[in-house]
Every structure is written in C-alpha cells, then in structure tokens.
Design a protein around this ligand. Structure first.
Ligand code: 13P
Length: 247
C-alpha cells in the first residue's frame, strides 16, 4: 500500500541547541530505504528545520488553524505553513483530542481546509485504554474515521495514523497482532464506506511507543504502512533505524 511512511512527531520538545544537533544527525545519515520521511517540529522551529534539514526529509506542523488566517490570536494558518515550505500537518492527535479538547467535527474541518489548500494530512485516530477494555476499539476508530471521511474532499494526501492512546508515551507498544487487527479493520471500513481504491491506496501507519527494537516486527504486518514516532524520533540514530526498518 503505497510507499512506507515514517513521521517523527517531536511534540512540545526541543531547544535550538538540541534541534540543531538532531537536524545534523539526520543530515549525516544515509537513508537506505525507499521511504517517505517527515518530521514535525514545534511551530517556532519549523522555518529553521526547513532551512537546515536535507531536502530528502519533508516537514510537518503538529496542528493548524481551521480556516483562513486573520484575527485568531495564537493560531498559525495553513497559508503560513505553506509559505515556509511545510507540506504536511498532523491532525487529530490524541493529545489534542484529550488534553486540549478538540472534537471530531473540528478536526474534520481542519483536515478539509488543509487538504483543499494542498497540504498532506497525517490524520490520527485511536482508542483510550478504557474503550479497548470495554470492547469499543473498532467503534471508536470507525467513528473517528467517519468524521474525516465526511469532511475531506479527497484521500490522495491523507495518511491515517492509528495511535492507541494507551500506547502513546507509555512504553507499552501494541503487539504486531493488535496493531494489524485494527489496521485491517480500518482498511475494510474504508473499502465499505469510501471506496476500494481509497482502501488500497491510503497508508495506515502505527504510532505508540515505536522504537528501534520493536519497529521491524511491526513493519512486517500486512496492513502497517509506516510509523508515527514520538519519543524515539528525538534521537537521530534510533529514528534512522526506524526509517530503515522496512527492507
Ligand atoms: P511515542 O512514540 O512517544 O509513544 O508517541 C507516539 C505519538 O504520539 C506520535 O504521534
């Protein structure tokens, strides 16, 4: 299903000093695999990373304003992201859903606006631990998928990131079987509710405690088309191991 895709979500981490080092680590390594690589620094460092990072690696924002810019204090617009050469945006991340309180509808609107303006969208979905334990994993993921499907103008620049909330930042990675089960179910949902073509072409990537040690087994799963990496993407050499995990 498309080219393997590895994203590094730096979240709210880094300083000019640490980011300079990370960029230089990423610039010196040889990326062996034929993989799309995208890193998502905090907004304030996007321009710096774009201008210093190898062109082989694209950059992503971690959020965006929901529409055209203007009198929206503290927000960053899609037009501004494009202006500095940012080509992707992460939307619907669990930290924005559950800590900041963004809902499906708001996230869907953001995705539609960003896609209409030509950005790629890394569209996150994923269940909470209590939802998994209550047997609601598929219901939650399908509802989040439906919100995107109802809103977006097309799927060419959509990448779905399945990130079970209980696996994010916890060191408790989903097993390859657990991840594969949800990825397959989401692909099947796309087939039934969008189209067979979208189901077969849309990359579904996994996120949640991916590291240099567990990436290879996950990458072997039929419906895992890449990763969205948090903590391990802040370490240059380990992130490269993950990028090169598909052979
Ligand atoms: P960790 O890799 O730190 O668990 O974070 C995953 C994530 O949220 C990526 O968006």
């Amino acid at each position: 299903t498309g080219k393997f895709f590895v994203g590094g979500n730096w979240k709210c981490n880094g300083t000019k000093e640490s980011i300079t080092k990370l960029v230089s680590d990423l610039n010196t390594v040889k990326l062996e695999s034929d993989v799309d690589v995208v890193v998502a620094p905090p907004f304030v460092y996007l321009d710096f990373v774009k201008s210093s990072l190898s062109e082989r690696i694209e950059i992503s924002a971690q959020n965006t304003w929901v529409g055209k810019g203007g009198a929206f204090t503290g927000e960053i617009s899609v037009e501004q992201l494009k202006d500095i050469g940012c080509s992707w945006v992460i939307l619907g991340h669990s930290e924005r859903r559950h800590i900041i309180g963004e809902d499906d509808q708001f996230i869907g609107k953001k995705a539609a606006y960003a896609l209409n303006e030509g950005l790629g969208v890394i569209a996150c979905i994923g269940e909470l631990l209590e939802e998994r334990e209550a047997g609601k994993t598929f219901d939650v993921c399908f509802q989040q998928l439906k919100a995107y499907a109802d809103a977006v103008p097309g799927w060419e620049k959509m990448v779905i990131a399945y990130e079970p909330v209980w696996a994010i930042g916890t060191g408790k990675v989903a097993t390859p079987e657990q991840a594969q089960e949800v990825h397959m179910a989401c692909r099947d949902w796309l087939k039934k509710n969008v189209s067979a073509e979208v189901a077969s072409k849309t990359r579904i990537i996994y996120g949640g405690s991916v590291n240099g040690g567990n990436c290879a087994e996950l990458a072997k799963q039929e419906d895992i088309d890449g990763f969205l990496v948090g903590g391990a993407s802040l370490k240059g050499p380990e992130f490269v191991t993950i990028i090169n995990s598909v052979t």
